[in-house]
Design a protein. Structure first.
Length: 133
């Protein structure tokens, strides 16, 4: 992945603005105690990670879309691999996958949402803006 793309920030857990600083404090999404902890701002470019109160409410819609994508993927995969699967077995497989993937989808939804609204400028551009002030 090339630095400067939205996917770089999302998959590398990086600041949407500079792609340098960590977006979440813990790199491991399955560190359940620290799964949701984010710094107030990027340690590199000082981008506020919560620009306004309630900013991440919209990430629920992204999380829902990711959940639907997981649901459809599991449904298609189990239907192809196990054609005689019952509805309850399918439901169990999907719910198990959604539960196990929750920490990843939670973080991905926040990163995607932040990347929609925070434009990449790069560390150099930020430093130029800071010097000109």
């Amino acid at each position: 992945m090339k630095k400067g793309t939205k996917l770089y920030s999302i998959f590398r857990n990086r600041c949407p603005r500079c792609h340098e600083g960590q977006f979440f404090e813990s790199k491991n999404p399955y560190d359940l105690k620290n799964m949701t902890k984010m710094p107030e701002e990027c340690p590199v470019c000082s981008q506020k990670y919560t620009p306004e109160t309630g900013f991440y409410y919209g990430a629920m819609y992204v999380s829902y879309a990711l959940g639907v994508a997981i649901w459809v993927t599991i449904w298609v995969a189990t239907s192809v691999l196990f054609p005689n699967i019952t509805t309850f077995q399918l439901l169990g497989a999907v719910l198990t996958a959604l539960l196990l993937m929750f920490p990843v989808t939670f973080r991905a939804a926040r990163l995607i949402w932040a990347n929609i609204f925070i434009k990449y400028t790069g560390k150099e551009e930020y430093l130029k803006q800071k010097q000109s002030k």
